[in-house]
Design a protein around this ligand. Structure first.
Ligand code: CTP
Length: 435
């Protein structure tokens, strides 16, 4: 019996896929189809896949062309599979010509002519795009968003409205009127000082537009509930932009810790610092870095802390250049250090009863972390691909949230609310010690 194997993502199964499978089947007597797992696709930079692994596998099975459907999960798996299943022919489309010649050592390799004029990427692009308007003056955030959105099928940046009228971005259309931009788009990305964003979020939600906003959503705790309610009433997504939350490494880290890899979490130390580059950015260290530090604490210990102490140092204009918050939980402690104008090692350490997690600086852009144990030989290292500082994953998640109606998958409402509460306490000088 001649055994044939082929691999692919098979997103939104189309006639190019079917023709490939028909010809692959005709090459032998038994056809195995390897479908890439979501993680493997993401790790190799394919972030836009619309259907889940299960949906894609079901679609292949439904064609009746495959004798067996397997999952492709890791780099190098093809060699393993060829040996394990005793494969005679490996085949893929001609777009991969030459790329799999290294498999000739193990079996015959056959490239089949790719069907012209169709691909999953094109089908994804043809779906109605989500039109996104940009609001704000945080030039660095906005520029990154514009660049990263180009990697995301289904997102179209329409234009920008900058209420301060400063820092023009040449590559996108500028709108002089907020309402005109609002009426043109499906969603907004708001990147401005959080003291000013409330009215824009509110107007957008009232007009049933989805909102992705630079964190914190608001500096006033009393307003956050109102905004979430407004989003719910209008069936809109209100999501906050803490990029790390959407990265694969960080979401995997949460799962590993929650599954007990380091035992009970007893202590967390999280540091995020930068030296001030943009003097015009008046957000202060707690507003610009605080959400990241707080995410790294609340994701593991929850938001029900018993007590907190805030220490801060202000510059001559009254903006905090350094802030440290100590939290006391039932059975655990955590400490967050943020600075904009003072530098320190930006690492994250989560200490537990069976070991600890070490995420090296800058932990908020991490593609790598270690779970360390008492004996060095038991340490485990984890690597994950991180493209574009995680911003493109965030945009993908935003579009998915719009489709599914669930925006709190990566950052829970509890965390968003608590971030806002801490900002409010800080501004209201509640339990704040000034250095
Ligand atoms: N394929 C083909 N003809 C097409 C599209 C795909 O023969 N028009 C083949 C590929 O060469 C591969 C298999 O189908 O062997 C699965 O391809 P996959 O990458 O899943 O499909 P694409 O449509 O190319 O997806 P994308 O646009 O996301 O790259």
């Amino acid at each position: 019996m001649k055994k044939v194997i082929t691999y692919g993502t098979y997103d939104m199964l189309h006639k190019g896929h079917i023709r490939l499978l028909e010809r692959a089947r005709a090459l032998g007597d038994y056809l195995i189809v390897g479908v890439t797992s979501d993680t493997f696709d993401r790790a190799r930079g394919k972030i836009n896949v619309k259907q889940s692994l299960q949906e894609r596998m079901e679609a292949i099975k439904a064609t009746g062309l495959a004798d067996e459907v397997i999952v492709e999960e890791y780099e190098g798996q093809k060699i393993d599979d060829i040996r394990r299943y005793d494969i005679d022919i490996f085949t893929v489309g001609s777009d991969w010509r030459g790329k799999f010649d290294y498999l000739k050592e193990y079996c015959e390799v056959c490239y089949l002519e790719r069907t012209k004029g169709i691909s999953s990427s094109e089908l994804r692009t043809e779906e109605r795009k989500i039109r996104i308007g940009l609001i704000g003056d945080l030039a660095s955030e906005i520029n990154k968003f514009v660049n990263e959105s180009k990697y995301v099928n289904g997102a179209e940046v329409v234009g920008i409205y900058n209420p301060l009228g400063t820092g023009k971005i040449d590559t996108i259309q500028e709108f002089k009127d907020f309402d005109v931009l609002l009426s043109t788009v499906d969603a907004l990305y708001i990147a401005m000082n959080s003291f000013s964003s409330y009215r824009f979020i509110k107007s957008a939600l009232k007009c049933k537009k989805h909102v992705l906003v630079e964190s914190p959503i608001t500096m006033e705790y009393c307003k956050i509930e109102e905004l979430f309610q407004l989003a719910k009433d209008n069936k809109c997504i209100l999501m906050e932009s803490i990029k790390t939350a959407y990265s694969l490494a960080f979401s995997r880290l949460i799962l590993l810790v929650k599954s007990g890899m380091i035992g009970d979490v007893i202590s967390i130390d999280s540091t995020c610092t930068s030296l001030r580059k943009n003097k015009k950015d008046k957000r202060g260290s707690l507003q610009s870095w605080g959400p990241y530090g707080l995410l790294s604490i609340f994701s593991f210990l929850g938001t029900n802390y018993i007590k907190k102490e805030i220490y801060t140092k202000l510059d001559c204009e009254g903006h905090d250049i350094f802030t440290k918050i100590n939290f006391y939980f039932d059975g655990a402690v955590a400490s967050m250090k943020v600075a904009d104008g003072i530098k320190s090692e930006g690492e994250l350490i989560i200490s537990g009863s069976k070991g600890y997690v070490y995420v090296p600086a800058p932990w908020w852009k991490t593609d790598y972390f270690e779970i360390r144990q008492e004996h060095i030989e038991d340490n485990k290292r984890y690597f994950y691909q991180l493209e574009g500082e995680g911003i493109r994953y965030m945009i993908v998640c935003f579009l998915k949230a719009i489709k599914t109606g669930r925006g709190d998958f990566y950052i829970s409402k509890d965390i968003s609310k608590e971030v806002s509460k801490i900002m409010d306490d800080f501004c209201g000088k509640k339990n704040v010690v000034y250095l």
